[in-house]
Design a protein around this ligand. Structure first.
Ligand SMILES: Nc1ncnc2c1ncn2[C@@H]1O[C@H](COP(=O)(O)OP(=O)(O)O)[C@@H](O)[C@H]1O
Ligand SMILES: O=C(CO)[C@@H](O)[C@H](O)COP(=O)(O)O
Length: 481
C-alpha cells in the first residue's frame, strides 16, 4: 500500500507526441508515480495517428506507474483536441485518425464557413469560425476523399473519447472537447443538427456529452490495465481545457502553452464569439469558457530549425534583424494553411544562433499577437503569464516570451499540467469538489516568476511587417502560381 494521505487518482494526457500518466494523491496533489510512452504521427501531406497506438501507449504508461496504479479510485483522460476518430461496428478504427495539425481540410473549412452563413454566423452560433483543425472540416474532407470510409463509420469520436470508451465501453465526451468539433454549438450547448445535416453526419454516431462533475462510467474488465473493475472514470476533456483545470485557472490569467502546438488562452465567464476566427470560442471543462488561439508550429518547428542549423536548441544569439516565420506545417494563427517557412533579412554577418533566435521570435510573436483577444477587457495586462508545456522548460523559450511580451512570466514547477488537470477532474468525481479548486489546493501553478523586461516592440513590428508584406507568398505556399 502507498503512504498517500488520500485516495489515489490517475490523470492522463494523450497529446500529439506521447501519453503521460500521473498517479496523484487526491488529498495533497503529490505525484506518487508517473509513466510516459510515445506514439507516432505520419509525415508528408497529412498528419494521422492510429488510435490503437494511443491505447498501447496508455497501457505502457500505466504499467510504468507500477503498484500505485492498482490502487487508484478514479481515472480521467485528457487528449489532443479536434482529431477525427472513425470507428466501425466492432469499435475498431476504420482508418487512422486525422489530427488537429492536418491542414488538408482547409478547402472544406472555407466552403463550410461560406455555405453556413459566413464567419459571423459561425462565431455567434458555434463559438468558433472553423479552420482546418476543426473536426467538422475533417469529416467533410473524408466524405469527399474517402466516401467508403465514411460509409463504414458507425461511431465518431475525439481522441480522449476513444480512450475513455475503451476504459468504460460507453461512448462519451465532454463540453470542453465537444466545443472543438465545430458541430457542438456554444450558443445552445448541444450538437447542432443543421451543421450535422449539412455534412451528412448522423447525430446517432456521436458520443453523449457528459456534464462536468458527472461520472462517465466505470472501468470494465480489461486484462491489459492495472485498474480494478469498477474504478470510476471522469468525463475527461481536451488537453488545453485539462491544463486549465490543472492550473486551477481563474478569469484574468493568461496561459501560454509551448508544446507541439502553441496555445494562448484564458478562462472567461463570457461566451466568446470572434468573427475573425483568430480566437476559438471553446468551452472549458467546468461550465465557463476557454477563448484560445493556437499555432501549428511551436516546439517541433523551432527544434527543426536548430537541427537544420546544427545547433543545440539553447544556442541562440541576439542582435540581428533577421526574421524567420517558422510556418513549416502551414499555419493556423495567422490563418495560412498553405504557408511554408520564410526567412527574411539575411546578411553576410548573420550568425546561425541569430537565425535560431529568429525562429523562437517568429513562433512566440504569433501567440502574443493573439493574447489580447483571449483576455476579458478588464483583465490586468501586466499580470504574469503562465508558461507551460514542454517548451516552458527551455531557457530560450522563457527569455523569448519575456522579451516579446514585456510581462512577468511564471513557470509552474509542476510539469504535465494537462495530466494534472485530468487527475484533478478524477479527484473531483470522487469528492464532489470543483476540479479547479482541487488544483488550487494542490498549488500546481506555483513556480518561479521571471520579472518583466522592456518589450521588444521593434522585433514585434518587424515580424508583423514581414507576415503582412509576404502575404501573397504565404497564402499560396510553395505551389507555382
Ligand atoms: N528542456 C526543454 N527545453 C525546450 N524544449 C523542450 C524541453 N523539453 C521538451 N521540450 C519540447 O517540448 C516538446 C514536447 O512538449 P509537450 O508539451 O510534451 O508536447 P505535446 O503535449 O504536444 O506532446 C518537444 O517537442 C520538445 O521540443
Ligand atoms: O488544436 C489544438 C488546440 O485547438 C492543440 O492545442 C491540440 O489540442 C494539440 O495539443 P498539444 O499536443 O500540442 O498539447
Amino acid at each position: 500500500m502507498s503512504a498517500a494521505e488520500g485516495p489515489l487518482v490517475i490523470g492522463v494526457d494523450s497529446s500529439t507526441q506521447s501519453i503521460k500518466a500521473l498517479v496523484v494523491d487526491a488529498a495533497t496533489g503529490h505525484v506518487v508515480a508517473s509513466g510516459q510512452a510515445p506514439h507516432t504521427v505520419s509525415s508528408g501531406a497529412g498528419r494521422e495517428s492510429d488510435p490503437r497506438q494511443w491505447w498501447d501507449a496508455l497501457c505502457s504508461a500505466l504499467h510504468q506507474c507500477g503498484d500505485a496504479a492498482h490502487e487508484v479510485a478514479a481515472v480521467s483522460i485528457g487528449g489532443q483536441q479536434h482529431g477525427l476518430v472513425t470507428l466501425d461496428a466492432q469499435g475498431e478504427p476504420v482508418r487512422p485518425a486525422l489530427l488537429w495539425n492536418d491542414v488538408r481540410s482547409a478547402p472544406q473549412a472555407r466552403r463550410l464557413v461560406d455555405e453556413l452563413g459566413g464567419p459571423k454566423a459561425w462565431a455567434e452560433r458555434i463559438g468558433s469560425v472553423p479552420g482546418a483543425s476543426f473536426t467538422v472540416t475533417k469529416w467533410a474532407w473524408l466524405a469527399e476523399h474517402e466516401p467508403e470510409a465514411v460509409r463504414a463509420t458507425k461511431a465518431v469520436r475525439l481522441p480522449h473519447d476513444y480512450l475513455t470508451e475503451r476504459l468504460t465501453g460507453l461512448g462519451t465526451t465532454d463540453r470542453g472537447d465537444a466545443s472543438g468539433t465545430g458541430w457542438w454549438a456554444s450558443a445552445t450547448e448541444a450538437y447542432d443538427e443543421e451543421v450535422l445535416g449539412h455534412i451528412g453526419l448522423d447525430p446517432a454516431l456521436l458520443p453523449r456529452v457528459v456534464r462536468p462533475g458527472e461520472v462517465a462510467g466505470t472501468v470494465r474488465d480489461s486484462h491489459e490495465l492495472p485498474f480494478s473493475k469498477g474504478t470510476l472514470v471522469a468525463p475527461g476533456t481536451g488537453d488545453n481545457a485539462a491544463a486549465a483545470l490543472g492550473l486551477g485557472l481563474l478569469p484574468g490569467t493568461a496561459v501560454l502553452s509551448l508544446g507541439t502546438s502553441g496555445t494562448v488562452y484564458a478562462v472567461s465567464r463570457n461566451r466568446p464569439a470572434d468573427p475573425s476566427g483568430t480566437v476559438a470560442g471553446f468551452a472549458d471543462a467546468r461550465g465557463d469558457w476557454l477563448p484560445l488561439a493556437c499555432t501549428l508550429n511551436c516546439t517541433l518547428a523551432v527544434d527543426r530549425v536548430a537541427t537544420l542549423l546544427g545547433l543545440d536548441r539553447e544556442a541562440v544569439e541576439q542582435g540581428s534583424e533577421v526574421t524567420l516565420l517558422p510556418f513549416l506545417d502551414g499555419e493556423r494563427t495567422p490563418n495560412l494553411p498553405h504557408a511554408s517557412g520564410l526567412l527574411h533579412g539575411l546578411r553576410h554577418d548573420t550568425t546561425p544562433g541569430q537565425i535560431l533566435q529568429a525562429a523562437y521570435d517568429g513562433a512566440v510573436q504569433s501567440l502574443l499577437d493573439a493574447l489580447d483577444g483571449v483576455l476579458d477587457p478588464d483583465a490586468d495586462r501586466h499580470a504574469p503569464l503562465l508558461l507551460i508545456g514542454g517548451g516552458a522548460r527551455g531557457r530560450a523559450w522563457q527569455e523569448t516570451v519575456r522579451r516579446l511580451s514585456g510581462r512577468p512570466v511564471q513557470v509552474p514547477a509542476a510539469g504535465e499540467l494537462a495530466a494534472l488537470g485530468a487527475a484533478a477532474q478524477a479527484a473531483g468525481v470522487l469528492t464532489g469538489e470543483d476540479p479547479a479548486a482541487v488544483a488550487r489546493r494542490w498549488r500546481t501553478a506555483d513556480g518561479q516568476v521571471l520579472d518583466a523586461v522592456e518589450r521588444d516592440e521593434a522585433a514585434l513590428t518587424r515580424i508583423a511587417g514581414v507576415v503582412s508584406d509576404a502575404a501573397p507568398l504565404l497564402e499560396r505556399g510553395t505551389d507555382t502560381p
